[in-house]
Design a protein around this ligand. Sequence first.
Ligand code: NAI
Length: 243
Amino acid sequence: MELTNKVVLVTGSSRGIGWSVAEAFAKKGANIALNSRSQMAPEKIQAIEALGVKCISVTGDIASYEDATAMIKETEEQLGSVDVLVNNAGITNDKLLLRMKPEEFAACIDVNLKGTYNMTQQVLKKMMKKREGVIINMASVVGLIGNVGQSNYAASKAGVIGFTKSVAREVAPRGITCNAIAPGFIVTDMSNELSDAVKEQTITQIPLQRFGDSQDVADAAVFLAESPYITGQVLNIDGGMVM
Ligand code: NAI
C-alpha cells in the first residue's frame, strides 16, 4: 500500500514500540490516530504533526469492545476510515503458573488477544467494502517458544498468531493483508522491568548479541504495510533468537 494520506491507527502508541511505529508511518506521509488509555500528551500529537501529517489521539482501553467502537468511530469522523491498523498495545503480568491467579491470567488474554479481536473485527467492515487494508498484530517470540513466568503472556501472543493467520485467510479475497510481528527483546519500558540477571541471560540467546530497538520493529511494520503480496506471516524481529 502506498502510505501517503492513508489513515493509520496504532494502539498503545504513547511510548515504546507503538510510538516508533506511529512516527515511522507519519514519516511516510500517513495521517495518524494515536491511542492510549489516558489522555495523550499534546506534545506527542504536535511531534507527529511536525512531520507534516494530521494526527489525532483516541483515548480508550482496547480490552473494551465499547471503547474500541468509540475510538474507531472517532478516527473515521476526524481522519477517515482506517487503512492500516497496528494492534500494538500489550501488557505482561509475569508469574509462575502455580502462583498465577485467574485474574492475572485473564488480564493478558483480555488486552493482548481480545483487544486485538475488538479492534480488528471493527475496522474490517470498512476495509472489506473498500477492498483494501492492512492489519499488523504485535505478537512476541514468547508466543512461539514460551518463557518461564509468562504462560499468560505466551498464550495470548500464540493466540494472536493463530488469530492473524485465520483473519489473513478470511480477508485475502478482498485484498486485505494481515500479518504478525514477533519481536524478541526490544529496549522499552516493558522490557526494562526485567532484572539485570534476566537481561544478561537473555543476551546469550541472541545471535546478534544485542537487544533490539523499537525502530527495528517500526521499520518492519512499514515494510509489511507496503508489501501487498505478504499475508498470514509472522516476521521475527529478534536478532536471530528464533530461527
Ligand atoms: P510498553 O509497555 O512500553 O508500551 C505498551 C503500550 O500499550 C503503553 O503505551 C500502554 O499504555 C499501552 N496499553 C497497555 N494496555 C492497553 C490497553 N488495554 N488499551 C490501550 N493501550 C494499552 O510496551 P512495548 O515494549 O512498547 O510493547 C509493545 C508491544 O510489543 C506489546 O504488544 C508487547 O507485548 C510487544 N512486545 C514487546 C517486546 C519488548 O521486548 N519490548 C517483545 C515482544 C513483544
